[in-house]
Design a binder for this molecule. Structure first.
Ligand code: UT7
Length: 322
């Protein structure tokens, strides 16, 4: 028994903020943002948009493509570090919005790796016969936790959601996944406030938001992803020449190019959306996947490598037949 992606969907807020608009908000330039990251614009949520609402919209579209209804869904997982509220968790809110009842529903706060972590767990449930049709979602409203006065981070992030329907299948779908993490890097990328540590800094009106030591994160990301690519191919017993598409986490075009080089893959076989979406953390891979499925680039039967890296640090990969 395998699990296989039966449908993809995504949701992006209407509001698009270009680099030119960012220039009016902080001391930056379009040239700096493009050359360092590849980002040209990002979508930002309006007041009526939330992580659960975007998740539900993306899920609805994935379910439509898969031809399944709320009654078919027996597992819901949402990767997000920007839930609407602390609890109920976002996945239960998605259940409620879509009329899904009586199945596991939980969220994962593994930052940019949230979608791949969710995919790996849902795959295990399906392979063990404990679920037949899972919703796996990655969604973020990062604009709500960004420090809009900090030019080193605020230009990088965007909002959005992506989802897949993962169904039990006798044909191979997900071939292997790898999840990993190393907490010793926690301080390099964080949102260092929360219910247990307290929100005092925020209450005191101090600037607060995502904090990142960008150049250090960059180095560890490139090295870790390079190792991860080898580990994934080894584990699956697949040669890199078999990969049709790399669908990477969209943090920085230069990190994506390094991964493509490692695979000897021309950039034409890499799905790149960072220029349009910015870094949407857990949403970035399912968003990119949906874009390339809907524009006809990714076709049934092709072999895809998904890889991600983010706060924690956490990282992970999935090698799959689409
Ligand atoms: O998604 C989770 C994982 N996250 C990542 O993978 C992100 C990894 N890191 C990166 O993508 C890159 O490190 C960044 C894009 C964040 C930064 O690029 P960089 O080439 O590493 O730049 P830097 O941080 O070393 O900064 C270079 C210079 C600094 O000025 P000085 O000290 O050299 O005078 C910064 O102050 O660029 C300056 N700078 C800016 N200038 C204009 C930083 N942010 C900006 C900005 N506009 N927005």
């Amino acid at each position: 028994m395998y699990s296989r992606i039966a449908g993809t969907g995504s949701y992006l807020p209407d509001r698009v903020v270009t680099n030119a608009e960012m220039e009016t908000m902080v001391e930056t330039t379009d040239e700096w943002i493009r050359s360092r990251t590849g980002i040209e614009r990002r979508h930002l949520a309006s007041a009526h948009e939330s992580t659960s609402q975007m998740s539900a919209e993306a899920a609805r579209r994935a379910m439509e493509m898969a031809g399944v209804t709320a009654d078919d869904i027996d597992f819901v997982v949402v990767g997000t570090c920007t839930p609407d509220i602390l609890f109920p968790n976002v996945a239960t809110m998605v259940q409620d919005r879509l009329g899904i009842h009586d199945c596991p529903a939980f969220s994962l706060e593994t930052a940019c790796s949230g979608f791949v972590y969710g995919l790996s767990i849902a795959d295990k449930y399906i392979r063990l016969g404990e679920a037949k049709c899972a919703l796996v979602i990655g969604a973020e409203t990062l604009s709500r936790i960004v420090d809009w006065t900090d030019r080193t981070t605020c230009v990088l992030f965007g909002d959005g959601a992506g989802a897949v329907v993962l169904k039990a299948s006798e044909e191979p779908g997900i071939l292997t996944t790898i999840l990993s993490a190393d907490g010793k890097y926690g301080d390099l990328l964080s949102f260092p406030m929360g219910p247990s540590r307290g929100f005092d800094a925020l209450r005191a009106g101090a600037a607060g938001g995502i904090q990142m030591k960008g150049a250090e994160v960059f180095k560890v990301a490139v090295n870790t992803l390079s190792r991860l690519v080898d580990q994934t191919l080894d584990k699956a017993g697949v040669d890199k020449s078999a990969i049709d598409w790399l669908v990477p986490h969209q943090a920085n075009l230069r990190i994506i190019q390094a991964a493509a080089k490692k695979l000897d893959l021309p950039m034409e076989q890499v799905v790149v959306t960072v220029q349009e979406h910015g870094n949407t953390s857990a949403a970035s891979i399912p968003l990119a996947l949906d874009v390339a499925v809907r524009d006809g680039r990714i076709k049934p039967g092709q072999t895809l490598l998904l890889e991600t890296f983010g706060g924690g640090f956490t990282w992970g990969s999935a090698l799959l037949k689409f």
